[in-house]
Design a protein around this ligand. Structure first.
Ligand SMILES: CC(C)(COP(=O)(O)OP(=O)(O)OC[C@H]1O[C@@H](n2cnc3c(N)ncnc32)[C@H](O)[C@@H]1OP(=O)(O)O)[C@@H](O)C(=O)NCCC(=O)NCCSC(=O)C(=O)O
Length: 391
């Protein structure tokens, strides 16, 4: 059996992080992805840190794709793009709204070329609204979604996550939208326009936070919620070696066992009492500071209480569970750089049609000639495009 998305052709006009992450996911599961890059390359190619002449940030979201360069501002590129659209099932971009319209490459422009085209526009704020044409980076989206305000401790400024939450959730929603539209197209024979806003996506990921607001009837505060640091049973504790442990003992049985093991049975009945949280957090802090992280892990090794060490990435890459699931892939001395390239493995595990991790990364425009020839352009035409700096 082949891969689940075998035969699906994706025209990938995306850049930097979210769009490329979305299309890489589809490529890992069998889609053919043609990345259309500016003549200088996706700007993500040039972001630090560098490995040889390319950025590691490019490699981690662009494996398994083909690359064609195309200056979309040149008139002749429109014909090439239309031919690519005619050949494709899906187009993905993450320009800010207005850019594709300005270039004459909006959904309405391309739909007549291919009625079956699924056109996915991923942007910071979406296709409509008063600020939708503003440029948006993750920090802006996380802030407008109310998440920055709620992240951190009660006495810290709003904190940022190591995961680019807006971009990555937008990428996943884009992938889901594409798959839904592909499914629907089987019945209708028609594609559709997917308007994916990272801000919409992030807000939709707040169900418990909205529930807290609704349930308590007061606005959630940074570091003070049940799942955001306000409660002793769901808390990060420092150990004697200045490492940390995470406790997620929500269920009564876990909490009971934890309290008994640290000799604080008096905390068992007051687990969820807001008035006692500060006292319990301080009490547990004192206990946890008496041993190292490794000692506590050893002590709790046989306890079923949702307790884990806070690991750094090197430890993550060596953790037996992560190794078992093949989730960190290291390519040693990558392209003779003397550095290891570290990539994430495949997160969706199918029984019959697993994805395929191909550590193949396109050079800028590596497949331009091959793709143009496939679209019917002669070698003379291709040379002319090159001379006129269209490709
Ligand atoms: C990423 C952006 C902030 C970048 O803003 P801008 O640099 O102003 O780019 P625009 O989207 O307006 O796109 C216009 C630029 O695309 C360039 N461009 C790119 N490809 C081409 C091709 N093939 N041909 C011609 N021109 C091209 C072109 O040079 C324009 O640059 P000029 O000629 O110079 O105008 C924005 O695109 C954006 O808001 N995108 C949607 C949200 C998003 O994806 N954000 C990144 C999240 S990444 C992330 O999470 C993070 O922050 O980290």
């Amino acid at each position: 059996m082949g891969l689940p998305l075998e035969g699906i052709k994706i025209l990938d006009l995306s850049m930097v992080l979210p769009g490329p992450f979305c299309t890489q996911l589809l490529a890992d599961y069998g889609a053919e992805v043609i990345k259309v890059e500016n003549r200088g390359g996706d700007r993500g190619r040039w972001m630090q840190p560098f490995i040889k002449e390319q950025s590691a940030r490019f490699y981690v979201v662009n494996r398994n794709k083909k690359s064609i360069t195309l200056d979309l501002r040149k008139l002749a590129s429109k014909d090439i793009l239309r031919r690519l659209v005619a050949y494709s099932d899906v187009l993905v971009h993450n320009y800010r709204p207005g850019m594709m319209e300005k270039l004459g490459l909006a959904y309405e422009d391309l739909r007549p070329v291919n009625e079956r085209l699924i056109y996915c526009a991923l942007s910071g704020y979406g296709g409509t609204g008063p600020i939708n044409k503003n440029a948006a980076h993750d920090i802006n989206i996380v802030s407008l979604a109310g998440i920055a305000d709620l992240t951190g401790t009660s006495n810290s400024i709003p904190a940022l996550s190591a995961v680019q939450l807006g971009g990555m959730s937008g990428a996943l929603y884009a992938a889901i939208a594409i798959l839904m539209a592909l499914y629907q197209r089987q019945n209708t024979g028609r594609g559709q326009y997917c308007d994916i806003s990272m801000l919409d996506g992030l807000i939709s990921l707040l169900p418990y936070t909205l529930a807290d607001w609704s349930g308590w009837g007061t606005l959630p505060k940074r570091g003070a919620g049940f799942l955001t640091g306000g409660f002793a049973c769901y808390q990060v504790y420092e150990t004697s070696d200045h490492r940390y442990l995470s406790l997620g003992a929500i269920e009564g049985k876990f909490w009971r066992e934890f309290c008994q093991r640290i000799n604080k049975p008096q905390y068992i009945p007051i687990q969820l009492e807001p008035a006692y949280q500060e006292e319990m957090i301080n009490g547990i802090r004192e206990v946890m500071k008496s041993k190292t992280q490794a000692e506590w892990i050893q002590i709790f090794a046989d306890a079923d209480i949702c307790l884990t060490p806070v690991l750094n990435l090197d430890e993550v890459s060596k953790h037996p569970q992560v190794l078992n699931r093949e989730m960190i892939i290291k390519l040693p001395d990558f392209e003779d750089s003397g550095k290891d390239m570290v990539l994430a493995g495949l997160p969706i595990k199918f029984s019959d049609t697993p994805g395929e991790f191909k550590s193949i990364f396109p050079k800028i425009g590596e497949h331009t000639n091959e793709i143009l020839a496939h679209l019917g352009y002669s070698s003379e035409e291709i040379e002319l495009f090159r001379k006129e700096q269209i490709i």
